[in-house]
Write a protein that binds this ligand. Sequence first.
Ligand code: NAP
Length: 296
Amino acid sequence: MQTDPQGPIAIAGAGRMAQSLGRLLRERGERIAAVASRQMDHARAAVEFIGEGEAVSYPCLPRCAQRVLIAVSDGAIPHVAAVLAEAGMSGGAALHTCGAHGPEILAPLAARGVSCGTLHPLQTVASPAQGVEALQGCTFGITAEGAAAAWAERIAAMLGGRALFVPADKRPLWHAAAVMASNYVVALVDAAVMLMGAAGIEERDALAAVAPLVKASSANALSLGPVRALTGPVERGDVETVTTHLSALAAAPPAVRAFYRAAALQALDIARRRGIEETKARKLEEVLRESGGKNA
Ligand SMILES: NC(=O)c1ccc[n+]([C@@H]2O[C@H](COP(=O)([O-])OP(=O)(O)OC[C@H]3O[C@@H](n4cnc5c(N)ncnc54)[C@H](OP(=O)(O)O)[C@@H]3O)[C@@H](O)[C@H]2O)c1
């Protein structure tokens, strides 16, 4: 069966991603025929936010549209794919929004001739309304072929975003990178605030203090690239300062110490690309690795 690129869309899931994408697509002229959830009140709330569609259960979706956007929790995707397949979905296209997996988790649908793919928005969506703002212009990591690929590219273009094709077997790397750029930046801020706490500075003051630093450092890394943006003791080859840090960190939580060492080793790699004197680089590496052995 041919997939009609102008035909209606059905959405599996009524959470943050389902609502944000549904609303944006509706605003760009797509017809949202139905939204499914396990709980009808969730589906109804999503329909209200999106501004169009019928609130239904998952098995009802295939009769509503040939194109299904699956935005349920990662663990529920295979189950929802199986339910849609059992309910008779065949032909058409299905996209899921999970970053860690490729189209293979939609296997029951692929077996019924559905063109399957992944459309992962590289953005954090904390609420439907915030998602509507944030998803515009973001990058979409796509793993798909044929009709699913064409639909995924169309969604990225409609939202003013970029489409990047990610090979199926590289999706875990893509997702690890996304997690580092999002969740682990949060973890890094938390570790810095913990160290300030140990220096007697309250969390609120510490967050306010590091805010301009975090913003300027990430803005520089993103605009200049890491090699030109790096400053600080590792970039200067200042072994003495790094040694002082490592001694002071001896009383810090093990995860914070490990975080410092791992980030310093990555910074050293950047410093090498920038041309740090190799004797200084070796000394820094030695000090960082030795401290790992001592405090691990
Ligand atoms: N939020 C983000 O920042 C973000 C970013 C990129 C990609 N994604 C991806 O987008 C997808 C949805 O994430 P989300 O943040 O929108 O999640 P969410 O707000 O927690 O919503 C999850 C949805 O999944 C449904 N669900 C959960 N377990 C289910 C099950 N066993 N069977 C059927 N349905 C089930 C829920 O249904 P009920 O309404 O019935 O409870 C709910 O509608 C995930 O694959 C996620 O990896 C999210």
